[in-house]
Design a binder for this molecule. Structure first.
Ligand SMILES: Nc1ncnc2c1ncn2[C@@H]1O[C@H](COP(=O)(O)OP(=O)(O)OP(=O)(O)O)[C@@H](O)[C@H]1O
Ligand SMILES: [Mg+2]
Length: 271
């Protein structure tokens, strides 16, 4: 599915025939897709389907075994200079926040600026310009009042909002979020996604995120990519998801189905 991408589509990033081979038994792809500018694309699929692998390919953390990842205006991520430039403008948001607990919220946000500095410059305190920028990002996620609180004294939802602020301070063009609300209860998960969705809209950001909760997928996606066994088996609007297409996405991927079932597999039962 999605094997032909018309060049006329204004894509922020394109994957052409991307495969990732971890071992003879585990190959993701081949995947061919283009993320349209300004779209929020949600990746869904069972545990092991390849969602995290694809997201990592999109920011160059994993280089494809074959195929090509190309960023509009920059070029192929196989080139280390392109990769560095792309990673500087790509905000990553993780399930586990990846904040430094003993640092304040503000200090954690400022880490998002490191890609803009040489190693030597990063040894010096941040400029007033950067501190102001980081505070503005904390304000956008409604956490200005917690700027000087230690990250390990924040709630899970607050930490995730610090993670969003850290991504925003990078002045990203692309946001990649791997299960950004998996560790939050539904109320805080909804709050974080509403915020992220609003910011992507306001700033015209392109975003790709993996999600497990079908109601969130329906509410927050412009486009859904369904993965099964490392391949894209659904590509369309959330409204086009039918019990049959969900069955295809969440059906057993065969040899890789020896894994422990994860919570998202209960999605299939929810329909
Ligand atoms: N570093 C690695 N070394 C070897 N195999 C890996 C590695 N990372 C992922 N895999 C394998 O690649 C496949 C896809 O993994 P991936 O983490 O992309 O899936 P996922 O869809 O994100 O799953 P989950 O929903 O559990 O996070 C799995 O079979 C996994 O075991
Ligand atoms: Mg994953």
């Amino acid at each position: 599915m999605g094997a032909r991408i018309p060049r006329a589509v204004r894509a922020m990033i394109r994957l052409d025939g991307v495969t990732v081979t971890y071992s003879a038994a585990t190959t993701i792809g081949p995947c061919t897709l283009a993320l349209r500018r300004g779209d929020l694309t949600v990746l869904v699929g069972s545990s092991g389907a390849g969602k995290s692998t694809l997201l990592r390919c999109m920011n160059g953390l994993i280089l494809p075994t074959s195929g090509r990842v190309e960023v509009d205006g920059l070029g192929s991520l196989a080139d280390p200079r392109v990769r560095r430039a792309h990673q500087r403008r790509t905000g990553m948001i993780f399930q586990s926040h990846q904040l430094i607990g003993r640092h304040t919220a503000l200090e954690n946000v400022l880490i998002g600026r490191l890609g803009y500095h040489s190693f030597l410059r990063s040894l010096f305190p941040p400029s007033r310009f950067e501190t102001r920028k980081a505070l503005q990002c904390l304000e956008r996620v409604d956490l200005l009042g917690k700027a000087h609180a230690r990250a390990d004294q924040l709630s899970g939802g607050e930490r995730q909002r610090v993670g969003i602020a850290r991504a925003l301070v990078q002045e990203p063009t692309l946001i990649l979020a791997d299960e950004p609300v998996a560790s939050l209860d539904p109320v805080h998960g909804e709050r974080v996604l509403t915020l992220l969705h609003r910011i992507c809209r306001e700033d015209g950001l392109t975003a790709a995120m993996s999600l497990h909760q079908l109601d969130f997928v329906r509410r927050f996606s412009d486009r859904v990519l369904g993965l099964s066994g490392g391949r894209i088996v659904f590509d369309g609007a959330a409204g086009a998801l039918t019990p049959e297409s969900l069955g295809g996405i969440y059906r057993s991927p065969g040899p890789r189905d020896d894994r422990e079932l994860s919570p998202q597999e209960s999605l299939k039962e929810a329909i």
